[in-house]
Design a protein around this ligand. Sequence first.
Ligand code: FES
Ligand SMILES: [Fe+2]
Length: 466
Amino acid sequence: MSDRDPANRSAQIPRCPGTSWDDIMATDTRPVPEFMKEDAYEYRGSEPLAAERYTSREFMELENRKMWPRVWQFAAREEDLPEPGDYVVYEIAGRSYLIVRQEDGSVRAFHNVCLHRGRKLRTESGWAADFQCPFHGFTWNTDGSLKHIPCRWDFPHLTEEKMKLPEPEVGRWGGYIFLREEPGGPSLEEFLAPLPEHFKRWRHEECTTAIWVAKVVPANWKVTAEAFMEAWHALVTHPQLLPFTGDANTRYNIYGDNVNVAFTPFAVMSPHIDPEGKSQQWIVDEFVKYNGRSADNYDGEASLRVEVPEGLTARRALAEAARKQYTQMFGHDHSHATDSELLDAFTYNVFPNFAPWGGFMPNIVYRWRPGSDPDHCLMEVRILTRVPPGQPIPRSVPMKMLGADEPWSTAKELGILGDVFDQDMENLPYVQEGLKASKNGEVQLGNYQEIRVRQFHQTLDKYLAD
Ligand code: FES
Ligand SMILES: [Fe+2]
């Protein structure tokens, strides 16, 4: 359904005039799947948000108590713990968990706290034959059952049953491992819908973590996540992207409570740019210079040289080049891949803090974790690359933690993306400070371009309300 269709209940909400996402999909050289054409916007009100949602310790404690234990959380990727005995220490919102690969290849999660006097069993990810507490030596098997208590005679009151490590639920999809602390509520499949359906084309289960960089950001986790939920801040924050980014042409879809997406077209000029005197070749040249997701970042040299033949669009020429390049680099057949899936940003979000990008290019995956106060969070950026057919999935690279004084651009593996993140970071501490300094204590949202932020807060409120 087109957004110009009067039958669409959202048609009264204005959209950026000019080229629409529908117009761009209509020019694709391959059949475009229905979900990429669907207009799944829904008007959800225009009320302001309270600034204290981002700044108050009480609100953070409410999230920690009522929201985090009840949601499916992206805890690890399969390639982080490929072998039996491999484990990941996953910490969030005041909790600490061990995600452990079992002998039979399954994955279980446990609370990472010794049931004697409470020491964390492990502080870093690694491999273990068992989990012996470094304080007095209480020991657990990797399946969470009790293995050994030194001076057993002194603990006749501790039964094997009582000493099992508490175990959150685990769910797996697409190479991602999720946990939920409190049982009950929707299954993982229900929680993620319709994302697994869309990602059937992009198969993140055949990808591995090739790049993984993290940094503590001096801003609330929601402030930080929301800076990646809309494309239109490119206008002022990332002006170098405008020559090849349809920022204001982005389609924003929301699906139920947990999932949303921004489809942002690349290789088209922003509607904010005066097209007078700008050639299709100019779009290509700017794209090659400043687009952070081309495969060039992953083979170490800028090999994408694209000439736009007379009469062809930048989009057509770049898509064809990307189709060839990705096939060559990753070995999979991309002949069915739409131009859109080779060029555009499909930035999905899953409530509350997981954002895997779709498409066939190396995929960005974000995760934001709250800090120990409302003013900090940990932002992680992974880049997944496709593993050639028939080859085993390599283990993840280790996470590179940037220091407070190290900008994202010091992580050279991120290429030009590092500079883009640094531009985002220029805003975030001052958003946090501004929210505290605000006179009216209100945050306003655009009806269309910021619908993902509104959906996110409405879902959060549902958890906090009961
Ligand atoms: S606190 Fe773990 S063995 Fe004592
Ligand atoms: Fe940004």
